[in-house]
Design a protein around this ligand. Structure first.
Ligand code: HEC
Length: 157
């Protein structure tokens, strides 16, 4: 019994480590994928006025409604081409579809944006892989221009 104690402690420590590192890993995925978004939307998500929209107020509002969540998933999987207005500024660019991202990566990056970039707070409801899969399938025929037309009804301002 005397020898079992250190083993037990080691196992507990390992368990605690796994428990601590798992969520960090999950968050790191979204952060890693966000690297490709940051090339345009910038590291902080502030964007470039008139060129690359900020990922902030619009994102927070949209993530709270079904139409908005559909729009956000389709922006990433189908791309988007405006004209749209974000934060009162017009945008008429093109975001290429990030079509190589699988459903889990799309969910992870949207969750990273929701929590770390747009800082939605406790109201944020995380995207699930299955939700992204359904939204992607439902919008499979939409062009980037079609997605642009969804902006206003998705809660964009
Ligand atoms: C090559 C540049 C580029 C990359 C990479 C890019 N975007 Fe975009 N994104 C844009 C542009 C440009 C627009 C606005 C399109 C327009 O002007 O109509 C946009 C629009 C958006 C919108 C809509 C904003 C709103 O308020 O309606 C979201 C959300 C978004 N991008 C998220 C992402 C995410 C998440 C990624 C990474 C997975 C990403 N973007 C990668 C250029 C980019």
């Amino acid at each position: 019994m005397k020898r079992a104690a250190p083993l037990f402690l080691a196992a507990t420590a390992a368990g605690a480590l796994v428990g601590l590192t798992l969520p960090v890993h999950a968050a790191a995925d979204g952060a890693a994928v966000y690297g490709r978004c940051a090339a345009c939307h910038t590291k902080t998500g502030a964007g470039v006025p008139g060129v690359f929209p900020p990922l902030g107020e619009d994102f927070r509002v949209m993530a709270a409604s079904d139409a908005g969540r559909r729009y956000l998933a389709l922006v990433v999987t189908r791309g988007i081409s405006g004209p749209i207005k974000v934060g009162g500024k017009p945008y008429a660019g093109v975001m290429p579809a990030q079509a190589t991202l699988d459903d889990a990566s799309v969910a992870a990056v949207l969750n990273h944006v929701g929590t770390e970039i747009a800082k939605t707070g406790p109201a944020f409801k995380p995207f699930a892989e299955a939700e992204v899969a359904a939204l992607r399938a439902g919008g499979a025929r939409l062009s980037a221009q079609d997605v642009g037309k969804l902006h206003a009804s998705a809660g964009g301002q």
